[in-house]
Design a protein around this ligand. Structure first.
Ligand code: PDD
Length: 281
């Protein structure tokens, strides 16, 4: 892969940050991930828009214009030579050249990179679907900022993933203090019951793929509600699917080792998944 760091393009192995960077020491950073499919970005504008909004909320200043950022991302992809790529943009607080603890002295650092596509669920595993656990680990969105700011506060997700591995599953969905569904490490969740789709609307990232799934549901005529979704609804659902840039629309066929509905990809998930990938041609 290829990275852009300190204003230059370098091979991934040469992309290095200071250990004094607040992004590394305090997760003081924001990021976004966009995918390139068959040589083309998918919804780049939405990702750059969210990145700029997140940066603004965290009082981070992008050292380049949005147009320049788009050109840097495209050049990372071009130099990497990948047709399908996972492209990340990162903005960290950086470090102060004088070791000052006054955050205003830090030099904000933009890092971009293109690497091979990192799937949550590989295309050949789609029919089998994901096996997840509903974890008791609480999702702790950084409310002091804004839960919809894309952030690296992932310790809850990491604990959730180990909970999943320990229980023989691939991934986890975390719940909030009220026992409602939140989200998983890198994806939003949807339930389907008697043809009606529901997805949590509080304390979760506004996923670009989530928005795409909502738009596709409207186009295909599936009723959909954005609301609090109790964890029990996932257990009683006919279908469950998750959405992410890192995989698109992905069926969940097992929760807590039990089959979801018939235990295979359901018709609503299939219709949305096919419509999603049709947009990539
Ligand atoms: N993660 N929720 C969280 C906490 C996420 O980190 C992500 C994306 C999503 C899905 O958002 P989108 O549809 O815009 O990708 C939901 C990226 C892919 C990652 O960290 O790799």
């Amino acid at each position: 892969g290829t990275a852009y760091i300190d204003g230059a393009f370098v091979p991934m192995s040469e992309a290095k940050i200071s250990v004094l960077d607040w992004g590394f020491l305090h997760s003081d950073a924001t990021y976004d991930v966009v995918h390139v499919w068959k040589g083309r970005f998918f919804r780049l504008d939405s990702h750059i828009e969210r990145f700029l909004r997140s940066a603004d909320r965290l009082r981070l200043t992008l050292p380049v214009s949005p147009g320049e950022l788009a050109r840097i991302l495209a050049e990372c992809v071009a130099r990497s030579g990948f047709q399908d790529a996972y492209v990340e943009m990162v903005l960290t607080r950086g470090a102060s050249p004088t070791f000052s603890r006054d955050l205003r002295d830090a030099r904000h650092q933009l890092i971009c990179f293109a690497i091979p596509f990192g799937w949550i669920l590989r295309p050949e595993q789609r029919e089998a679907g994901l096996s997840i656990v509903l974890s008791d680990i609480r999702r702790i969105p950084p409310d002091s900022v804004d839960p919809t700011v894309k952030n690296y506060h992932w310790l809850d997700f990491v604990m959730g993933l180990y909970d999943a591995y320990d229980r023989g599953a691939q991934s986890a969905v975390l719940t909030d203090a009220g026992g409602n569904l939140a989200e998983g490490p890198g994806f939003n969740i949807f339930t389907v019951r008697q043809g009606r789709i529901a997805t949590p609307d509080r304390g979760v990232l506004r996923g670009v793929t989530r928005q795409t799934a909502i738009a596709l549901a409207a186009e295909l005529g599936f009723p959909l509600e954005e609301r609090l979704v109790a964890a029990a609804e996932a257990l009683a659902a006919d279908e469950v699917f998750v959405t992410s840039t890192a995989g698109g629309i992905m069926p969940v066929t097992r929760i807590n080792a039990a089959a979801v509905g018939a235990g295979r990809m359901g018709p609503v998930t299939r219709a949305l998944l096919e419509a999603y990938w049709a947009r990539h041609d």
